[in-house]
Design a protein around this ligand. Structure first.
Ligand code: 3PG
Length: 473
C-alpha cells in the first residue's frame, strides 16, 4: 500500500476541513483522533470515497506516512498540544515534521521548536485563519519555524492556501514562534475591527433609531467602498439581516450582550505592553469584551447612575453611507491595523523575527478573518517604505486621516454627550491625536517624577540628564 503524503491529528471541524482541503489538492492523507469512533464517523461521512485513511493508534498512524512525515496537529492550545507532542515523539524519526495549526501562545511555540529540534525533528508553529469555511476552501496561513522545515511543506501549503491576485495566502513568516505571534496580532486587529463595527451598529440604533435591516443596508454600502470592503463588514450585514425563526425579528437583538474570548486578544495586548508599543484601539476592544461580561453589575449600575436622555444626532444619511460615522469606522479600522503592524515591527526587532511587512499584508488579503481591500494599501505602504514607522504617515493614509478626523471627533463627541460608550472610536481618536502631536504634556509628568523621586529628566535645549531641587528648604 502506498504511503500517505500528509497526516492530521485532531478531527475537530478545523482539522476535518484542513485534511479535506489537502486531499482535494492531491495530498493523500491519514487521520488520527484520540477517540477512534470519531475517526470512523469521519471516514464514513465527509471523508468517504477520498484518499484519506484512518489510524486507530499512533504507531499505525506514523507507519502509514511517507518520510519525512508531515503531521499537522489541530488540537486545543496549551497542555493538550504538549500532550500530543509527548505521545507522538517516540514514534517519529529524524527529519519528520510536526506542525501546530492551533492558536498557541507564541512563547510555547518558541519552547517547542527548541525542544523538538534537539531531537532532530522539524517543528512549525502555524497560525491558521479563516474559520471552518476558510480551512476547507483556502485559509490564510502563517507558518514559523526553521526555513528548512517550511521548505518541506511549501508545496502543500501553497496549494491549500487561499489565492489572491499576487499569489497564495501563505509565506514563510520567520523563526521560532513568529508564525503564532503574527496570528496573535492578526486576532488582536480582528478584536479591534469587530468592536468598531459593533460600536457603529450601536450608534445607528440609538442615535438614529435605525432598524437592523436599515443598519444592514449601510454595511452593504460600506462593503462596496475601497476603505471598508472586507469580510467582517460582509458578515456583519449577514448577522444583522438574520431573523429569529421562531419569534421573528432580528436574531442579534435576542443575543446576550456578553462577548467571550479565547486568549489571543489578551496576548496581543500583553505583548504590546511588554514591547512598549501603543495599541489603544486593540486594548479598548479587549476591555469592551471584559466590561460586557459584567452584565449583572452593569444592570445594577444603570439603575443608580444618571444616564442622559438620548438626543438624535445627524451622522449622515444611509444613502451617503452615514458619512460622519463612516469617517469614524474608517479611521478606527486604520488605527487597529496601524497598531498591529507597529507591534509586529517592534516584535521583529526584539525577537529577531525579520518579519517582512508587505508579505504579511499580502497573505492577509485572502482567506483570513481580517481580509479587506485596505490591505492592498497597507501592502503598498510597506512596499514603498519597508521601514515605515507607522501607517498613519504613509501618504495615502495621511489623506484619510486629514479628511476624516473631524468626522471621527464629531462622532466621539456626540456619543459622549449621549452617554453611549464608544471605546474603540474614542481610543482611536486619542491615538491619532497623540501620534500627531509633536509636544505632549509629558514634560509635566517628568517634572513630577523628578520632584518626588529625583528620577531626572532630559531637556529640549541641551543634551544630558537633569535634576531640579523643586522643593527648596
Ligand atoms: C479564533 O482564532 O478562534 C478567533 O478568530 C478569535 O477567537 P476569540 O474571539 O474567541 O478569542
Amino acid at each position: 500500500m502506498s504511503k500517505a503524503h500528509f497526516g492530521l491529528i485532531g478531527l475537530g471541524v478545523m482539522g476535518e476541513n484542513l485534511v479535506l482541503n489537502a486531499e482535494r489538492n492531491g495530498f493523500s492523507s491519514v487521520v488520527y483522533n484520540r477517540t477512534f469512533s470519531k475517526t470512523q464517523d469521519f471516514l464514513n461521512g465527509r471523508g468517504a470515497g477520498k484518499s484519506i485513511s484512518g489510524a486507530e493508534d499512533l504507531q499505525d498512524f506514523v507507519d502509514r506516512l511517507e518520510r519525512p512525515r508531515r503531521i499537522l496537529m489541530m488540537v486545543k492550545a496549551g497542555s493538550a498540544t504538549d500532550a500530543v507532542i509527548e505521545k507522538i515523539s517516540p514514534f517519529l524519526e529524524e527529519g519528520d515534521l510536526l506542525i501546530d495549526g492551533g492558536n498557541s501562545e507564541f512563547r510555547d511555540t518558541e519552547r517547542r521548536v527548541k525542544e523538538l529540534e534537539k531531537k532532530s525533528f522539524g517543528y512549525i508553529g502555524m497560525g491558521v485563519s479563516g474559520g471552518a469555511k476558510g480551512a476547507l476552501e483556502g485559509p490564510s496561513m502563517m507558518p514559523g519555524g526553521t526555513k528548512a522545515s517550511y521548505e518541506a511543506l511549501e508545496s502543500l501549503l501553497n496549494k491549500m492556501a487561499a489565492q489572491v491576485e499576487d499569489g497564495p495566502c501563505v509565506t514563510y513568516i520567520g523563526p521560532g514562534g513568529s508564525g503564532h505571534f503574527v496570528k496573535t496580532v492578526h486576532n488582536g486587529i480582528e478584536y479591534g475591527i469587530e468592536q468598531i463595527l459593533a460600536e457603529s451598529y450601536d450608534l445607528m440604533k440609538r442615535l438614529s433609531g435605525m432598524s437592523c435591516d436599515q443598519i444592514a443596508d449601510v454595511f452593504a454600502y460600506w462593503n462596496t467602498t475601497e476603505e471598508l470592503s472586507s469580510y467582517l463588514v460582509e458578515i456583519t450585514e449577514i448577522c444583522l439581516r438574520a431573523k429569529d425563526p421562531t419569534q421573528g425579528g432580528a436574531v442579534v437583538e435576542k443575543i446576550m450582550d456578553k462577548a467571550g474570548q479565547k486568549g489571543t486578544g489578551l496576548w496581543t495586548v500583553v505583548s504590546a505592553l511588554e514591547l512598549g508599543v501603543s495599541v489603544p484601539t486593540i486594548y479598548a476592544s479587549l476591555n469592551a469584551r471584559v466590561m460586557s461580561s459584567m452584565k449583572g453589575q452593569r444592570e445594577h449600575a444603570q439603575s443608580v447612575l444618571n444616564r442622559p436622555t438620548i438626543v438624535s444626532f445627524p451622522m449622515g444619511s444611509p444613502s451617503d453611507g452615514m458619512s460622519l460615522l463612516m469617517d469614524a469606522v474608517v479611521l478606527s479600522t486604520i488605527a487597529s491595523y496601524a497598531q498591529g503592524m507597529e507591534l509586529m515591527r517592534a516584535a521583529s526587532m526584539e525577537y529577531n523575527y525579520d518579519l517582512d511587512m508587505p508579505s504579511i499584508a499580502k497573505i492577509w488579503k485572502g482567506g483570513c478573518i481580517i481580509r479587506s481591500r485596505l490591505l492592498n494599501r497597507i501592502q503598498d505602504a510597506f512596499n514603498s517604505n519597508p521601514k515605515l514607522p507607522n501607517l498613519l504617515v504613509d501618504s495615502w493614509f495621511v489623506e484619510q486621516v486629514n479628511s476624516r478626523l473631524p468626522g471621527l471627533a464629531k462622532i466621539v463627541s456626540a456619543a459622549s454627550e449621549n452617554g453611549i460608550p464608544v471605546p474603540c472610536f474614542s481610543s482611536s481618536l486619542d491615538y491619532i491625536n497623540s501620534y500627531g502631536t509633536a509636544r505632549l504634556p509629558q514634560n509635566l509628568v517628568q517634572a513630577m517624577r523628578d520632584c518626588f523621586g529625583s528620577h531626572t529628566y532630559e531637556r529640549l535645549d541641551k543634551e544630558g540628564s537633569f535634576h531640579t531641587d523643586w522643593i527648596k528648604g
